[in-house]
Design a protein around this ligand. Structure first.
Ligand SMILES: [Fe+2]
Ligand SMILES: [Fe+2]
Length: 257
C-alpha cells in the first residue's frame, strides 16, 4: 500500500536494541545491585506507611462523582414512579452512562486501529480496513442506541456518570497503545480484544439490569447490540490468533516486518 512516510518511511526504520535486562552488562548490573544494598531511603517510613496512608484516604473518600437529579419533568415523573415501585433507576442510568462513554471511545479506538491496519495491512491475516469500518459503524450505532435509551428514560445523555468517569480512566491505556505509532499489529489487536471482552460483559450486565427493571422493550434492543458485540469478539479473537501464529512462525516480536 502506497503511503507518504515521514523520514524515509518504515523500511528505513532502525530497531532500537533492547538494553533493559541486567544481563546486557553484568558488571553494571552488579554495581546497581550493590548500590541498592548500600543505599538508604531518602525519607523515613516504608511501604507499610504508604499502605496506611492509602487506606486512610479510602476511608475518608467522597467517591468519584454522583448522579444528578432529573432535569426534565419526564425524568422527575419516571424517577417518582420508580421510587414508588421500590426501584433504584440511578444504578441503571449510571451503567448506561458507562456504556455510552465506552461506545463513544470505542468508535475512536477503531479509528486509531484503522490507521495502523491501513499502513500495516496483511491480507493473509486480516482484518481488512473495511471489516474494521463495519465494526466501527456498529459501535457508533450502539452509542446512538444508548443515547436514545437514556433520553427515553427522561435522563440526560450528556451527563458524565461516576461509572462513565471510571471506565474512561480504564480505557486510557488502550487508547495510548492504539494511538502510539510504534505499536505493533499484535499489540493493537490485543488492545482491541480487551475492549471487546469488556464490551461483551458490559452489554450482558445492561440486559440483566433492564430485565430486572421490567424494561422489556429495552431488553430486545440491547440483545441485538449484544449479538453484534459477540460477533466483534469472535472476529477480533480470530485476527489476534492468526497474528500470533504468524508471529510465532516468523519469530516476530514488537516490530512488524
Ligand atoms: Fe461496543
Ligand atoms: Fe464491539
Amino acid at each position: 500500500m502506497a503511503h507518504d512516510k515521514p523520514n524515509g518511511g518504515l523500511k528505513d526504520k532502525v530497531a532500537v536494541m533492547n538494553r533493559t535486562g541486567m544481563g546486557m552488562s553484568p558488571v553494571d548490573g552488579e554495581q546497581m545491585l550493590q548500590g541498592a544494598r548500600d543505599g538508604v531511603p531518602s525519607t523515613a517510613g516504608s511501604g507499610a506507611g504508604m499502605t496506611t496512608v492509602r487506606e486512610q484516604y479510602i476511608a475518608e473518600r467522597t467517591g468519584i462523582g454522583s448522579m444528578p437529579p432529573p432535569t426534565t419533568l419526564k425524568g422527575a415523573a419516571k424517577a417518582a414512579v420508580a421510587l414508588a415501585q421500590n426501584q433504584r433507576p440511578n444504578v441503571f442510568l449510571d451503567r448506561l452512562g458507562e456504556r455510552l462513554a465506552f461506545e463513544r471511545t470505542g468508535v475512536r479506538l477503531y479509528d486509531a486501529l484503522l490507521s495502523h491496519i491501513s499502513v500495516l495491512q496483511d491480507k493473509t491475516l486480516g482484518p481488512t480496513p473495511q471489516e474494521l469500518r463495519t465494526i466501527r459503524e456498529e459501535e457508533h450505532r450502539h452509542f446512538e442506541l444508548l443515547r436514545n435509551t437514556i433520553e427515553t428514560l427522561g435522563a440526560d445523555p450528556t451527563v458524565q456518570t461516576p461509572a462513565a468517569d471510571a471506565v474512561s480512566v480504564e480505557t486510557m491505556g488502550i487508547l495510548q497503545i492504539l494511538t502510539d505509532p510504534r505499536s505493533s499489529r499484535s499489540a493493537c489487536l490485543h488492545a482491541i480484544l480487551v475492549v471487546e471482552l469488556a464490551d461483551n460483559d458490559g452489554w450482558k450486565m445492561l440486559i440483566e439490569m433492564a430485565r430486572g427493571l421490567g424494561h422489556e422493550d429495552i431488553v430486545a434492543r440491547f440483545e441485538q447490540a449484544a449479538r453484534e458485540e459477540e460477533q466483534h469478539l469472535q472476529k477480533v479473537r480470530g485476527w489476534y490468533s492468526a497474528q500470533m501464529n504468524a508471529d510465532m512462525k516468523e519469530g516476530r516480536v514488537g516490530v512488524d516486518a
